[in-house]
Design a protein around this ligand. Structure first.
Ligand code: C2E
Ligand code: CA
Ligand code: CA
Length: 614
């Protein structure tokens, strides 16, 4: 059923009007004709309702078709307008078309009117559709420019705009505040479960915020950040901020249901309270973000911005840039720290430890730059490099008759979370045919985050001959019950326990407990941070399998490890070449061990071990 065409007919003659009406009977759509015959009538009609088309006689007494056309055009530049005339000359016709008439029809050939009108109506409909589509598209673009498509919340730029509006509206003496919520661990969920899982979490988080305060206008200002503006604060600033904080906190307070259980997302808040004239909206928002980041890094629920945080952020950014450069330029280095059989001192392997010496910053500790490698996503490539470089060094030692049975490499939190961790490392080791040359040291807390995922990845690698051990064991005690389920070869007792072991009875019991439990599960035990002979002997008595620590050797460059493996430990301690390569602390090396090192040698080669020659 077509809608009725509203046609405005400008015609003074009844008979002609009838003729026109009859011609239009053939139109597909029903037509409702309204007739006027004066400028006043036309003006009134144009303002009173919406018209689909105008058909006008060229000659109306006291009124002319061209004048009518101009009047219509002033009102609506696209309304279809068709002139009908018995006496229209070529020149008038041309002028009419120029003035915006769509067509003209001679009264002698009135049969043309219906098709002409039909055509114009269709063109008008298309124009309308096009305009509607265009408007919808424009509105969508405008929407996308200031909203987050995943949650439908305002995005960063709209947040800044709202903050600017609030700054101009707020009178002096009325502070504003912005609260930023930083969520942690969404990246990991995305890696394991894909971005639809994260989008679902974000949508639910946004819904919870709106539920907590239906009138509020939160924004999603970055991938893992939401923000809320508190405006303007009179006396009760702290209460208003607290209220806004609890609204945001509602987002991640409860876990999120997932197909295979639930996801828990940790969140921290950062707050910046500021006077409207004091700083720009961008600065205030960035400050709140820096505070949130700092809160999260320190495991705090929330922090208010303090001046130095921004400087810290800037310094971190600068260091990040230098680190990127260092990675690209191949300026990272590896040092090796031997692991020995606890009772005999025979070297069982070495741990590869990253080193970065920047010409301006000096030696930057791994505890500072490894997290940066993780944040910047460089860690994956650097890890591959560590493995390749360790294997190359191991081959170089072997060429000189020195066998380092295994190199232990540290696996960062973020890497193990990556879905392709196992396949990537497997391919790399397959190329070098060196699965049994590598040991992975995975920190306990990482394993605990995603036990099932870790089991699968590590089991694959372990099945191919890679050795797997838990690093810093004991720092997350929840894991004891998981020990049996994880595909492991060894646990490395964290050095804090080794350090406390001889002082207090509880420390000793703890170490004893770990060794007993690990052995019951057929796992080897490595003690790290062994700094004295007394510790080494004590551990040996408790049945600890391997030891690593400053008392045995500090981490050292590859060349120095070669020398170390060739020499008696006592001699090594006195060798200036080696002493100068003990980069970690220039202070004197602890007293030499009383028992001797031996190093395994390649079959067929004469033993170079001083133990064998003395
Ligand atoms: P970690 O895996 O626990 O490495 C052992 C750390 O203990 C090393 O510090 C080593 O120098 C130090 N250490 C060794 N013996 C002793 C000792 O007797 N006493 C004391 N007090 N410390 C000892 P470093 O090299 O500064 O490394 C710190 C952390 O940085 C490592 O802890 C590891 O988590 C991380 N790291 C180092 N290299 C890499 C790497 O290639 N990849 C990843 N993901 N992390 C790395
Ligand atoms: Ca380690
Ligand atoms: Ca460790």
């Amino acid at each position: 059923m077509h809608p009725t065409v509203q046609l405005l007919l400008i015609e003074d003659d009844d008979d002609d009007a009838l003729l026109v009406a009859r011609e239009l009977d053939d139109l597909e759509e029903p037509v409702a004709i309204t007739r006027v015959d004066s400028a006043e009538g036309l003006a009134l009609a144009l303002t009173r309702q919406r018209w689909d088309a105008v058909v006008s006689d060229y000659l109306v007494p006291g009124f002319c078709g061209l004048a009518a056309l101009r009047q219509v055009r002033r009102f609506d530049e696209h309304l279809p307008f068709i002139l009908v005339s018995s006496t229209i000359g070529e020149d008038v016709a041309v002028e009419a078309m120029r003035s915006g008439a769509c067509d003209y029809v001679m009264k002698s050939r009135l049969a043309r009117l219906a098709p002409a009108l039909q055509r114009e109506l269709r063109a008008a409909a298309e124009r309308r559709d096009h305009a509607v589509r265009e408007r919808a598209q424009r509105e969508r673009l405008e929407y996308l420019a200031c909203h987050d498509p995943a949650t439908g919340l305002a995005n960063r730029s709209l947040m800044i705009e709202r903050m600017n509006v609030a700054r101009s509206a707020a009178g002096s003496g009325h502070d504003l505040a912005v609260v930023v919520l930083q969520a942690g661990g969404l990246g990991r969920i995305e890696e394991v479960h894909g971005s639809p899982a994260v989008d679902a979490i974000l949508r639910e988080a946004a819904r919870r915020i709106m539920e907590a305060s239906p009138g509020c206008r939160p924004a999603r200002i970055a991938a893992e950040r939401f923000a809320l503006l508190v405006t303007p604060l009179a006396q009760a600033a702290s209460e208003a901020i607290a209220a806004a904080s609890s609204v945001l906190r509602a987002a991640f307070e409860r876990p999120f249901a997932a197909a295979d259980g639930e996801h828990t997302v940790r969140a921290a808040l950062g707050i910046e309270q500021f006077a409207p004239g004091e700083m720009t909206a961008e600065t205030a928002l960035r400050n709140a973000e820096a505070a949130a980041q700092r809160a999260q890094a320190n495991g705090l629920a929330q922090l208010a911005y303090a001046g130095h945080m921004g400087q810290d952020a800037a310094a971190t950014l600068a260091m990040e840039r230098r680190l990127r450069r260092a990675v690209i330029d191949g300026k990272l280095d590896l040092h090796y720290q031997p692991k020995v059989h606890c009772a005999s001192g025979i070297v069982t392997g070495a741990e590869a430890l990253l080193r970065w010496h920047d010409h301006e910053l000096g030696a930057v500790p791994p505890s500072v730059f490894v997290p940066l490698l993780e944040e910047t996503g460089l860690i994956g490539d650097v890890f591959d490099w560590v493995v390749e470089r360790s294997l190359a060094d191991r081959r170089a030692w072997a060429a000189r008759g020195i066998v380092v049975p295994r190199i232990a490499v540290n696996v960062s939190v973020l890497q193990l979370r990556a879905a392709d961790f196992a396949t990537r490392l497997d391919a790399l080791l397959a190329r070098a045919a060196a699965h049994d040359a590598i040991e992975l040291e995975v920190t306990e807390s990482v394993l605990m985050e995603d036990v099932q995922g870790c089991i699968e990845k590590l089991a694959t690698l372990r099945g191919r001959g890679v050795r797997v051990s838990i690093d810093d064991f004991g720092t997350g005690f929840s894991s004891l019950s998981y020990l049996a389920r994880l595909p492991l070869d060894a646990v490395k007792i964290d050095r804090t326990f080794v350090a406390a072991m001889l002082g207090q009875a509880t420390g000793r019991t703890l170490v004893e407990g770990i060794i007993g439990l690990a052995h019951a599960l057929h796992l080897e035990v490595v003690a790290e941070g062994v700094e004295t002979e007394e510790q080494r002997r004590f551990l040996s008595r408790l049945g600890c399998d391997e030891a690593q620590g400053f008392w045995i050797a500090r981490p050292m460059p590859a060349a120095a490890l070669g020398i170390f493996m060739h020499s008696d430990a006592r001699t090594a301690a006195q060798t200036p070449a080696l002493a100068s390569t003990t980069i970690d602390t220039p202070s004197a090396r602890p007293a030499a061990p009383v028992w001797r090192y031996e190093c395994a040698t390649l079959p067929g080669k004469p033993s170079t071990s001083p133990a064998a020659s003395s």
